[in-house]
Design a protein around this ligand. Structure first.
Ligand code: ARG
Length: 461
């Protein structure tokens, strides 16, 4: 086959069905610019080791530069007969540098060490792009927390009214997992930051190439310690896919709340028209599609991770062609997040909160019962008794269709001698929120402090 990277030992060309199955350019073409960068570094290593003269190196780099810009502007594209990005680019190089010079570049490297390096380069670039997008989202959530500082939200457990909290406190609770996702990317990079180039097909190379120089030129701290590991491992790809899946889950949990908050029944938020969609039949509809797509796409991100892990399980060392299946899932996860995150951020930044509605609902469902129990503890009642007394109070209030602060002095006294009228002092939402003033609590001062700590954590990354 014209332009194939192999063929010498074969009697004839590959069957068309094999060509069809084997071709990967429809996804690995994304690696073209990284492949060319790798080729520049490899050419310099070959020259350093005495396999290219100065003039040949110059000719090679010039041809690679031309190829690079032809790839960038679409002048050079893979053909149906190109097996993969590496084959296509060698064809392009030979077109530009001639077969004599162009044919020299492949010495001392294999597609196995190339591909393992190029994927790392691509993932590291996109990790930093995704980190910026996540930081934008954190900023948008924190800005809403700041804008609505002091507003009250009925805090829930089991989706039931539990205790009132500051809306800001709740919003910031969605920021911290995102901060940890940023930290995961930073930590992941310590493991991604080495180059498999120089590993050859699996055993290393015989040409005395300076793999460390190649690594540094490609932005890595070091080259591989083990050429088999360099070509066979993909845990760094799987870990990247995990971080994107976790990020998807973190978005999905917030999305689910936004979907609920946006219903008539909750009425906590209204989404901006520009970040909502309509119905083709129901003229009145305004749907939270961004949140729903976030929730849905988290399934896809998880699927990409599980697909990749399943591919890796049970593969013997070293390279197996199965490893080619690492790219489509992780590329899909990248595209998914790079499209989703800006839309999600826009939705959050433009979301209107109905704080009076939240404040009205906050005391309902006896959400101040814990405050009563803790007030009793401060009067030196044991918590066991306090819980019992407050339970009786809730039951009485429920039966008589009263809120906890609506009982008469006599009614309180009939339930327990400890329930003196002063208990009403803790039966306000603001008092309840302000009293949870330990570190990490919902008291306004602590939440202010938390907002500063969050900003600092993001800045330090
Ligand atoms: N396209 C392959 C991959 O993505 C790299 C090429 C290695 N091919 C081979 N036959 N050794 O992993």
């Amino acid at each position: 086959e014209a332009g194939a990277l192999w063929g010498g030992r074969f009697a004839g060309g590959p069957a068309p069905e094999l060509v069809e199955l084997s071709r990967s350019t429809h996804f690995d073409w994304q690696l073209a610019a990284y492949d060319i960068a790798g080729s520049r570094a490899h050419a310099r290593a070959l020259a350093q080791a005495g396999y290219l003269t100065d003039a040949e190196l110059t000719g090679m780099i010039d041809a690679l530069d031309v190829l690079d810009s032809d790839v960038a502007d679409g002048t050079f594209r893979p053909l149906a007969s190109d097996e993969d990005v590496h084959s296509a680019l060698e064809r392009g190089l030979i077109d530009r540098a001639g077969v004599e010079l162009g044919g020299k570049l492949r010495a001392g490297r294999s597609r196995n060490d190339q591909i393992a390096t190029l994927v790392r380069m691509l993932l590291r670039d996109h990790a930093s792009r995704i980190r910026h997008l996540v930081t934008d989202l954190i900023d948008a959530i924190a800005a809403q927390a700041d804008r609505h500082f002091g507003a009250i939200l009925p805090g829930r457990t089991h989706l039931q009214h539990a205790q009132p909290v500051l809306l800001s406190h709740h919003l910031l609770a969605h920021c911290w997992p995102l901060v940890r996702d940023l930290e995961r990317f930073v930590d992941w990079d310590r493991r991604a930051n080495w180059s498999p180039y120089g590993s050859g097909a699996l055993a290393g190379n015989t040409l005395g190439l300076d793999a460390q120089a190649v690594a540094v030129e490609l932005g890595f701290d070091r080259s591989a310690w083990n050429s088999i590991d360099g070509t066979a491992s993909r845990d760094v790809v799987a870990e990247f896919a995990f971080i994107t899946a976790q990020l998807g889950i973190d978005l999905s949990r917030f999305a689910e709340e936004i979907i609920l908050w946006n219903t008539k029944e909750f009425g906590f938020v209204t989404l901006s028209d520009s970040y909502s969609t309509g119905s083709s039949i129901m003229p009145q509809k305004k749907n939270p599609d961004i949140a729903e797509l976030a929730r849905g796409k988290s399934g896809r991100l998880i699927g990409n991770l599980t697909g990749l892990l399943t591919t890796l399980k049970g593969l013997p060392l070293a390279y197996n062609r199965d490893l080619q299946e690492d790219k489509e899932p992780v590329f899909d996860s990248i595209t998914t997040l790079e499209v989703l995150l800006p839309a999600f951020t826009g939705m959050v930044a433009t979301m209107t909160f109905h704080t009076e509605r939240m404040a009205d609902l906050a005391p309902q469902g006896f959400s101040l019962a814990t405050d009563v129990a803790e007030w009793l503890v401060k009067q030196h009642v044991s918590f066991r008794d306090a819980h019992e007394i407050t339970g009786a109070l809730v039951r009485f209030a429920e039966e008589n269709e009263l809120e906890l602060d609506e009982l008469s002095d006599e009614q309180y006294a009939s339930l327990s001698p400890h329930l003196v009228p002063a208990v009403r002092s803790v039966l306000t939402i603001e008092g309840s929120v302000a009293s949870r003033d330990g570190r990490g609590g919902t008291a306004p001062d602590r939440v202010r402090e938390q907002l500063a700590a969050l900003t600092e954590s993001v800045r330090a990354l």
